[in-house]
Write a protein that binds this ligand. Structure first.
Ligand SMILES: [Mg+2]
Length: 362
């Protein structure tokens, strides 16, 4: 192995087959920046940083500026093979504050390069021992294009319903539950409610006989006390997503008793080894973890799936992001029977070749 000699970016834009709507945003495209790191032996690794104005605050332009500027400065000359596994995460954390997606894409690219050099899948490199992980599928907050047949077509048996836009949400949840009564209901309000609104919503759903598997981020990210109060009132498991970016957020959430499950996303925490650390600390505090992702392509989702396979191989994760931009007739899709299939080729080679066979350096 040898030192990193170059860091480059390229833009990736893909249309979704169905608009994706949450309480925070509506989008009909995946817009992301793919990062490539190259070492002195000519080997490359790839990572993806999605544009997420409303969660990480990152844009395509900010990601490019960050990666080509301070993150490239930090990485060029660094030899990852001779360092501790989490050294790229630490190096990049010291280079910039925030910019979690840009940092994660660089770290994933470094780890991808190491996995490819070892001839290992990214999952195996991280300690995973399964070849697929289960995932839910999201039902948008506007209910668009949803049907029980659509859900079943990809074999999904868990649905995560986006709520938090308006009070009629609850009628929609009750109707979906009635249409697919055997499918456990996961709700994600993306910070769209306040304590009174969330309480009323949970009471209405419980009264209607909707069994909630969990309620994700009902309240604003800062409101740890409110999330703790909801847990006490209803006993419904609370997932923290926007409240927990990194390990320090996790410790604050644990101290506040604010959640039962943490939704780990690479673009929030800054990389695969940061995600592994969050999972370890969460388990030590008797919390569960779920691995999710932003709206990103098969490249970024494959990295998240590799992390999921390593930290919680038996859980149902939140890895449907890439499904929204695949050709639904594509026989090579990783989505089958409600699972995300991990590729058998080294590192992220398979996903990278599917989404970006040629890398047009910006
Ligand atoms: Mg969420």
């Amino acid at each position: 192995m040898s030192r990193i000699t170059a860091v480059a970016t390229a833009r990736l834009v893909r249309d979704l087959h169905t608009p994706f709507v949450t309480a925070l945003r509506r989008t009909s495209q995946v817009s992301s920046v793919v990062v490539r790191v190259t070492d002195a032996d000519g080997r490359s690794g790839y990572g993806e940083a999605p544009q997420v104005w409303r969660v990480t605050g990152e844009s395509l332009e900010s990601i490019e500026a960050c990666v080509r500027g301070p993150l490239a400065d930090a990485l060029v000359g660094f030899d990852p093979a001779g360092a501790e596994p989490d050294s790229a995460v630490r190096l990049l954390e010291r280079a910039v504050v925030g910019n979690g997606g840009a940092r994660a894409a660089c770290e994933i690219a470094v780890v991808d390069l190491l996995a490819r050099a070892s001839g290992m899948t990214l999952s195996a490199f991280l300690g995973g021992q399964v070849d697929s992980v289960r995932t839910d599928v999201t039902i948008s907050a506007d209910g668009g294009a949803w049907s029980p047949e659509r859900l079943a077509s990809a074999g999904f048996d868990r649905a995560k319903i986006k709520v938090g836009l308006d009070p009629s949400d609850i009628d929609r949840v009750i109707a979906i539950h009635a249409a697919v009564p055997g499918v456990p209901v996961r709700l994600d309000a993306n910070q769209g409610w306040d304590l009174a609104g969330a309480s009323a919503a949970v009471e209405a759903m419980l009264a209607a006989g909707v069994g909630l598997e969990f309620l994700e981020q009902p309240l604003p990210a800062w409101d740890l006390a409110g999330h703790a109060e909801l847990r006490r009132r209803f006993g419904v498991p609370i997932v923290l997503d926007e409240s927990v970016f990194g390990i320090h957020d996790l410790h604050r959430a644990i101290d506040a008793g604010a959640g039962d499950i943490v939704n780990i996303k690479l673009a929030k925490c800054g990389g695969l080894y940061a995600g592994l650390e969050i999972a370890k600390e969460a388990f030590a505090a008797d919390l569960e973890v779920m691995v999710g992702s932003m709206m990103e392509s098969e490249l970024g989702t494959s990295a998240a799936a590799a992390l999921a396979s390593a930290v919680a191989p038996g859980h149902v994760h939140d890895l449907d992001a890439a499904w929204w931009s695949i050709d639904l007739a594509d026989a090579g899709t990783p989505y089958r029977e409600g699972r995300f299939r991990l590729a058998h080729s080294p590192g992220l080679t398979h996903a990278q070749q599917r989404v970006m066979p040629s890398f047009a350096v910006a």
